[in-house]
Ligand binder design. Structure first.
Ligand code: SF4
Length: 410
């Protein structure tokens, strides 16, 4: 079975299709790196350099380490680095990274909080006793403290730091703790430490033995889910704001038509593409339908007003029928039984059904409908049902107008 990493599993959770592109098909992509990832890598390299010097007995001054950062930025920058946010430039990101380093340096100087025993350490993580479910991870820094506690340090360049509660549930460093404990053997206590370097914020958390066992079980279940998806080839696309940073966008069925349009637009003789015209046609029909619906609603409201006027006119003159040029309106005063309906009075409707089910007449109401019930209630034998339903059945009076072709002209 394949070896998993936390980010590999995270990719599946975020978008199974991206997982398929990246880890199943290993689809080559255009050389692409988001500027956020680029900035993160430069900050990581600089802090690695800093601690590498410290553990070799040299505390570099701040300017040295900032110069190192600037050099790494310049050396590694390429056209493959992509900036998605339109209001920001490469220099803005570069300055952000520099500020992160300055803040970190001033916060932790002279870097003697612990003994850095490992930098960028790769740890194997075995989740089960048989060694079937394996993961691997890279720890930014492992410190051994004077009281024997090991600290797993992780640098984050995200804009907004998460809450303490979120970090107490975080899986990544807890998985690294599992690997670290196996790697070093006798480890009394491990502390997980995140450095949110943009905000100059440190978040700490610890895990109990039971929490680590539960995490092992959860990750095994997650790996089993991925393996099952691989067998059934079930990798649906899952759209999110992360699509903006996805290197597989031009291949993804959700977005690739956009790229096809752009590509054709750049051709001297673009190939025909029915897609935009069809979508535009559908959109204008949807607008037209909405306009007609609004007009229909207006006409309905006007008809109700005219019907009310006809009823009033009929009452005044004691007419039951009023004649127009080629149509006649018949006005009736009706008394009708009303029962609760599923749409308008769900609670009363369910109460009514419960009562009806107790009645011997329920069998006669097979394929129940309000119309059928009202029909039974209107018959003399329906009295049993009327008594049973009590206040749930209402007798309502109303005036109605019906319009048809003049009878005297037929
Ligand atoms: S563009 Fe979005 S939906 Fe498509 S593969 Fe990438 S993350 Fe998934």
């Amino acid at each position: 079975m394949a070896t998993y990493s936390h980010s590999k599993i995270g990719t599946f959770e975020t978008c199974p299709l991206k997982y398929k592109f990246k880890y199943v098909d290993r689809t080559p992509t255009e050389d692409f790196e988001s500027v956020e990832a680029f900035l993160g890598s430069r900050v990581h390299e600089t802090l690695e350099k800093l601690y590498d010097l410290v553990r070799n007995g040299r505390i570099p001054d701040e300017q040295f380490i900032l110069d190192y950062y600037e050099k790494q930025w310049t050396t590694n920058w390429s056209d493959a680095v992509r900036i998605v946010k339109p209001d920001l430039t490469a220099d803005d990101y570069r300055a952000t990274g520099r500020t992160c380093i300055e803040r970190y340096y001033r916060h932790y100087h002279p870097f003697n909080q612990g003994l850095a025993v490992a930098l960028e350490m790769q740890v194997p993580i075995t989740l089960d006793d048989d060694g079937q479910y394996k993961m691997t991870g890279f720890i930014d820094r492992v410190d051994k403290m004077s009281d024997g506690v090991f600290e797993i340090h992780d640098y984050k360049t995200n804009q907004t730091p998460p809450s303490q509660e979120e970090k107490d549930q975080d899986r990544q460093l807890a998985l690294y703790e599992i690997g670290l404990r196996d790697y070093f053997g006798e480890v009394r206590q491990v502390e997980l430490v995140w450095h949110y370097v943009r905000a100059d914020l440190e978040i700490r958390s610890r895990r109990t033995g039971q929490e680590l066992e539960e995490l092992r079980a959860k990750m095994i279940a997650k790996i089993q889910e991925i393996e099952a998806a691989t067998v059934t080839k079930n990798f649906p696309a899952c759209e999110s704001r992360l699509c903006n940073w996805c290197e597989y966008r031009p291949l993804c069925p959700i977005w690739k038509h956009l790229y096809a349009i752009e590509e054709q637009a750049a051709q001297p003789t673009p190939l025909p593409d029915d897609g935009p015209a069809l979508v535009n046609q559908l959109a204008s029909l949807a607008i037209k339908r909405k306009e007609l619906q609004t007009q229909a609603d207006d006409v309905k409201a006007q008809m109700e007003q005219v019907e009310a006027a006809i009823i009033e006119f009929a009452k005044q003159h004691d007419y039951q029928r009023i004649f127009g040029a080629d149509r006649q309106a018949t006005v009736k005063h009706v008394t009708e039984l009303k029962v609760p309906t599923k749409t308008n009075q769900l609670d009363e409707y369910e109460q009514m059904l419960a009562l009806l089910r107790q009645s011997p007449l329920w069998l006669e109401l097979t394929d129940f409908s309000s119309a059928k019930l009202k029909d039974m209630l209107g018959k003399p034998e329906g009295k049993v049902l009327r008594d049973l339903l009590g206040a749930l059945v209402k007798q309502e009076e109303e005036w109605r107008v019906s319009l048809r072709k003049r009878k005297d002209e037929e």
